[in-house]
Design a protein. Structure first.
Length: 217
């Protein structure tokens, strides 16, 4: 059974048909590439899967359940994580606190009220930073990181809550060829933990890390 099954997804923005009958099936443990020209609906598809908006018609099943009508926070709690195309780290917080917040988003209100989670989550925060080569930047403000490092921080934040499926929208946008190569290297080991849907423009990048490719036109 597929981990994610999108069937017949259509999205209308007023008169504009951004998605038209899209099917997508993602198996457990696979890296799935998503490619297509600008405006073909890649970001719209990822947002529909994560619940940032609802498809106009169609159905989305995730991990055995129909999630088509679920709000985004419930999708997140069921194991879906999205990194948007636009970088969205909290520039005025430390690198460390950005990841801590991503983890605390899954905690209950009482735990947050009494700040009990900071110490308990320390090992998880450091693990997330280490795997994306950011451990020695933990005390820097996120806004001081280079663009490429900010992208890695965001991937670390998306991955920290241990999702079953990670959705990455152009994580290598604006990166140098070397940063792009390293991104592929950093993503490879997550295969044993979660499936991935990734939007990219570089076919060589896909060839190196993806098992399957879906083209939107
Ligand atoms: N919030 C929105 N409101 C209206 N039109 C939108 C919105 N988001 C995207 N679109 C339009 O939908 C189409 C698909 O956009 P998008 O999903 O961002 O494509 P891609 O990520 O493949 O470049 C484009 O024509 C875009 O202008
Ligand atoms: Mg896009």
């Amino acid at each position: 059974m597929a981990l994610l099954e999108v069937s017949g997804a259509t999205k209308l923005y007023g008169q504009l048909r951004a998605l038209d009958g899209v099917d997508l099936s993602v198996e457990v443990g696979t890296f799935h590439g998503l490619i297509g020209p600008n405006g073909s609906g890649k970001s719209t598809l990822l947002k529909s899967i994560a619940g940032a908006h609802f498809p106009t018609t169609g159905a989305i099943r995730f991990d055995g359940a129909d999630i088509t009508q679920l709000p985004p926070y419930q999708r997140a709690r069921s194991g879906l994580s999205l990194k948007f195309q636009i970088t969205a780290v909290l520039a005025e917080l430390s690198v460390y606190d950005n990841v801590l917040l991503a983890l605390q988003s899954l905690e209950g209100n009482w735990s947050l009220l009494f700040s009990r989670s900071r110490k308990r989550l320390d090992a998880d925060v450091m693990h997330a930073l280490e795997r994306f080569r950011l451990a020695d930047r933990a005390d820097n403000l996120a806004g001081e990181l280079s663009h490429g490092e900010q992208q890695w921080l965001e991937i670390a934040m998306a991955l920290a809550p241990r999702p079953k499926l990670l959705l990455l929208d152009e994580p290598t946008g604006g990166m140098s060829p070397e940063e792009r190569r390293v991104t592929g290297e950093l993503l490879a080991p997550i295969r044993s933990e979660c499936a991935l849907v990734i939007v990219e423009h570089d076919l060589d990048f896909f060839k190196n890390i993806c098992d399957r490719l879906t083209v939107l036109d």
